[in-house]
Write a protein that binds this ligand. Structure first.
Ligand SMILES: Cc1cc2nc3c(=O)[nH]c(=O)nc-3n(C[C@H](O)[C@H](O)[C@H](O)COP(=O)(O)OP(=O)(O)OC[C@H]3O[C@@H](n4cnc5c(N)ncnc54)[C@H](O)[C@@H]3O)c2cc1C
Length: 552
């Protein structure tokens, strides 16, 4: 986490930065403020500390000559998550984000060590919650879960304090004169207080997302930061294209919800979807890809004067690009049962991450679904819950689930599979479930079981509502048609609209797997070069000249 650079290495990185001098006690970085980038200490010592909401300071590390300070925030020019102060006189080399990205690419071996340290430091900060916002509210409250889930999925440190068990939370509530009905509150690192904010308000406050430059025309705008969108971003970014990625929720898409992906090439022991996607997200940023998360595309238009596409965003902003990649994937289906919505948040879940697993530790839970995503979630939850009732509409789990998962479930004593069974009712109060009712089609028996948590993994529908009126042709089920399926002369992965592409789960006929989505993300970039060349855009230096699609 804290490597020391050799003097020869420092000499090599000098060309990427600017030397600055600091007096004793002077701040080199302040939590909540955008700093100067990665800082290599040339002489002197720098104390890195974190502080809690009461201002108490905890030392993290003291950097000496040859060490460098920074973590992932410095790669994207985001606000610092720690404080840094010069112990005595300090001389340091500041490397701004764009030069840091150039360094990581130009200096492969050194770049790898630096990148590894930046990632490990972020992981450390996430574990302690240091430098991030503090959410104050009851542990099982739906809005607390919503905000904590949003920050967790975006890999941002945060803490949650429950006023029922934490004296500091009560002190904060008193200090800011907050009524119980206004909880949760969020205290941002710059001192701003938000009362039960939306995810976008929170993201703006911690500067996870900023305004999009309305005058900039990107080479490609990618809608969706799931595996398909991130793969396209990594390949396009690495080939020198200017790339903007938008996602209305978090990076990772559906794959981010997968407790363990076991069929992705190169990971024989499996990998959690979040871990795989976080790597891709960091990799894309290394190649200079701009991320706008959360930002939702609500329409696609063209600007004939500028000769580009325009994405209309839900916050009234616009993003312009010479080409567009639709990677908006699919969204979970909801169960048709009365009152479902009132329990979403605290009791009905569409993810089975450590956050949800902690909530239902030692309890009985019900899980509806028979696909691989349901199987993975059942196996994962069984490790924490007292019992998992797996509710399946069909007669046989093996008809829709991979054999390895069926076998694994069969070997778990605390998972009971209920075939030919449907959930018929939900009971509870104030958004918290108290019981679930189901009916067995085989025996006709009605069962009512006290339970607080219901997990739904019942398939997905394409996220294509936002394409209404855009001229992009869809199939009967709403998936995007591409290539020959559009009945027009189009390149592979190109939609009925020239210059607009679709990849991953949103595309009609796609495989609906992580690896397939990643493959399409890589493939589309070759075609993009051909489209950009047709608009008069010079191929960027280093763009791949190979591959059959490149020559189209
Ligand atoms: C729980 C679970 C477990 C799974 N396990 C596996 C597995 O083990 N192996 C495997 O191969 N596959 C697995 N899958 C399937 C796999 O995750 C998907 O095939 C894959 O994620 C599809 O990738 P994608 O990028 O096309 O779309 P998605 O992953 O759906 O990503 C689309 C992204 O677009 C964003 N978006 C949507 N609309 C908009 C808009 N209008 N504006 C901005 N952003 C928007 C969404 O927020 C989302 O982040 C699993 C799926 C689930 C749900």
């Amino acid at each position: 986490m804290f490597p020391i650079l050799e003097s020869a290495e420092i000499e090599r990185v000098r060309r990427f930065g600017k030397v600055r001098a600091y007096r004793a006690g002077e701040a080199l970085a302040t939590v909540g403020e955008v700093g100067l980038g990665l800082t290599v200490i040339l002489a002197g010592k720098v104390d890195i500390t974190q502080h809690d909401e009461s201002g108490r300071r905890t030392p993290i590390v003291t950097h000496v000559a040859g060490a460098f300070m920074g973590e992932l925030a410095q790669l994207a020019g985001r606000p610092a998550l720690v404080d840094a102060h010069a112990q005595g006189a300090v001389e340091a080399l500041s490397i701004p984000p764009d030069r840091l990205r150039a360094l990581l690419i130009a200096e492969a071996e050194l770049g790898e060590r630096i990148m590894r340290a930046l990632i490990l430091r972020r992981v450390g900060l996430i574990e302690t919650g240091a430098g991030g916002p503090v959410i104050v509210g009851r542990a099982g409250n739906g809005d607390v879960l919503r905000l904590a889930g949003f920050l967790r999925r975006n890999g941002h440190p945060h803490q949650t304090l429950d006023p029922e068990t934490d004296a500091e939370a009560r002190a904060l509530i008193d200090r800011f004169h907050v009524d119980a009905g206004q909880l949760p509150i969020v205290l941002c690192p710059d001192g701003q207080l938000l009362r039960n904010p939306s995810e976008i308000e929170l993201a703006r406050c911690i500067r996870l997302v900023g305004p999009i430059d309305p005058d900039r025309i990107y080479d490609v705008a990618i809608v969706g930061a799931g595996p398909a969108g991130l793969a396209a971003a990594v390949y396009a970014g690495s080939e020198g294209l200017s790339v903007l990625v938008l996602d209305c929720r978090a990076f990772g898409g559906q794959a981010g919800a997968s407790a363990r992906i076991e069929n992705y090439l190169g990971f024989p022991t499996g990998i959690s979807g979040m871990a795989l996607m976080a790597r891709a997200y960091n990799q894309a940023q290394k190649f200079g890809v701009e991320m706008a998360i959360p930002d939702e595309a609500i329409g696609l238009d063209a600007d004939p004067h500028q000769g580009c596409f325009v994405l209309k965003l839900s916050n009234n902003e616009r993003a312009s690009a010479r080409s567009v990649v639709i990677a908006s994937g699919a969204r979970y289906r909801r169960l048709a049962v009365d009152g479902l919505e009132s329990f979403e948040g605290a009791s009905v879940h569409y993810w089975a991450s450590p956050l949800e697993a902690k909530l239902c530790a030692g309890q009985e839970v019900a899980l509806v679904g028979a696909g691989n995503s349901a199987g993975q979630a059942a196996v994962y939850l069984a490790s924490q819950a007292a019992k998992v009732w797996l509710v399946v509409r069909g007669a046989d789990l093996a008809a829709s689930m991979s054999r390895y998962l069926v076998d694994r479930i069969a070997g778990l004593a605390n998972v009971e599979v209920l075939t030919q069974t449907s959930v018929t009712g939900l009971e509870g109060r104030d958004g918290v479930l108290e019981a679930i009712r189901w009916r067995s089609g085989a025996s006709g028996e009605d069962v009512r079981r006290p339970m607080q948590h219901l997990f739904l993994f019942i398939g997905a529908e394409p996220n294509t509502d936002w394409l209404a009126g855009s001229g992009v042709a869809l199939d009967r089920k709403g998936f995007v048609l591409t290539g020959a399926d559009t009945t027009e002369e189009r390149r592979p992965l190109e939609t009925s609209r020239r210059g607009v592409f679709a990849i991953g789960d949103v595309r009609a006929g796609s495989m609906k797997r992580v690896a397939a989505s990643v493959g399409e993300g890589a493939q589309v970039v070759a075609t993009l070069h051909a489209v950009l060349a047709a608009t008069g855009r010079e191929p960027p230096a280093g763009a791949s000249q190979q591959g059959p699609l490149r020559r189209q």
